[in-house]
Design a protein around this ligand. Structure first.
Ligand code: SAM
Length: 283
């Protein structure tokens, strides 16, 4: 196994600090340094940026990011049991690791990273991963505060983020991510690579902001996709009826077939629906 620094092996760190994994915090630790290094490399060049890491746990990915040359890592961890282990990494890389104890859902990532180029890299806790991603891709300002997201999710969530129209996984998340971001899935990771092993395969996704997404009001896009995919088996004329009694006419005005179903509509189609329904004050 690769040696990336002079710190003790992660298994010893976990034993020394009594970090028995807590299911409630989505704790599945990645101890394979080849994999943590691969994720860190996938994030792109790190020398010139601050890396925001959510959920460093015992610090496997944190160490890989620092060994890969990250100028600074700001890591938010909810479990205070992990802080002593992370303090040891901080001492090994003076001035380059700032650990913040707290809930990433409640903290302001912009204030914590303090301007400059920011990349986000994380092996996300499954219970809050999707919400964090949605927060990052729905920032009111676009381009956003981050230059890239390199994130590990359950494979099924990774598939939804990167799904193409027509596929089963295509839905609200795929439309939002596809509208505002470029990128895709990089590789899968077997449950066996984690301690304890989760029930499902994981996947690493890399996204960068699309600098020129099709002009569209975010709230309108969210409402139209919620209505359309809320009843994904129905034709649009039925699923969008609740938004306007003139749904059929508006769908035609948007250049789409009222008998099409949500999963057949590409991102440009949803943008068109959002503007047409928005202009008609139906959203
Ligand atoms: N980065 C480590 C690794 O790759 O082995 C740990 C990943 S583990 C899947 C998820 C981590 O997120 C755990 O350390 C957990 O305590 C932490 N966590 C869970 N919910 C959190 C939250 N709301 N805010 C910040 N950290 C959280």
């Amino acid at each position: 196994m690769a040696q990336i620094d002079d710190l003790p092996p992660l298994r010893d760190v976990i034993a020394a600090h009594g970090l028995a994994a807590k299911k409630s915090l989505g704790q599945n630790f990645l101890l394979d340094l080849n994999l943590t290094s691969r994720i860190a490399r996938s994030a792109g060049s790190l020398e010139d940026c601050t890396v925001l890491e959510i959920g460093p746990g015992p610090g496997g990915l944190t160490r890989a990011l620092l060994a890969a040359g990250a100028r600074k890592v700001v890591a938010i961890e909810k479990d205070d049991r992990c802080l002593p282990a992370l303090a040891e990494i901080s001492s090994h890389y003076p001035g380059r690791l700032e650990v913040i104890e707290g809930d990433a859902l409640r903290l302001d990532p912009v204030a914590l990273t303090g301007g400059g180029k920011v990349r986000i890299a994380a092996n996300l806790p499954y219970n809050v991963g999707t919400q964090l991603l949605i927060n990052w891709i729905t920032t009111p300002d676009w381009p956003p505060f981050w230059s890239s997201l390199t994130l590990m999710f359950q494979k099924e969530v990774g598939d939804r983020i990167t799904a193409d129209p027509g596929s089963k996984a295509y839905g609200r998340l795929g439309v939002l991510a596809g509208w505002r971001c470029k990128g895709g899935k990089l590789f899968d990771i077997s449950p066996k690579a984690f301690t304890p092993p989760p029930k499902v395969t994981s996947a690493v996704v890399h996204l960068t902001p699309n600098p020129t997404p099709l002009p569209c009001d975010l709230a309108a896009l969210e409402k139209i996709t919620a209505a359309a995919f809320g009843q994904r088996r129905k034709m649009l004329r039925a699923s969008l009826k609740a938004l306007s009694p003139d749904a059929e006419e508006l769908i035609q005005k948007a250049g789409l077939s009222p008998t099409a179903r949500a999963e057949e509509i590409d991102i440009a189609g949803f943008v068109s629906l959002a503007s047409t329904f928005g202009d008609a004050k139906a959203l």
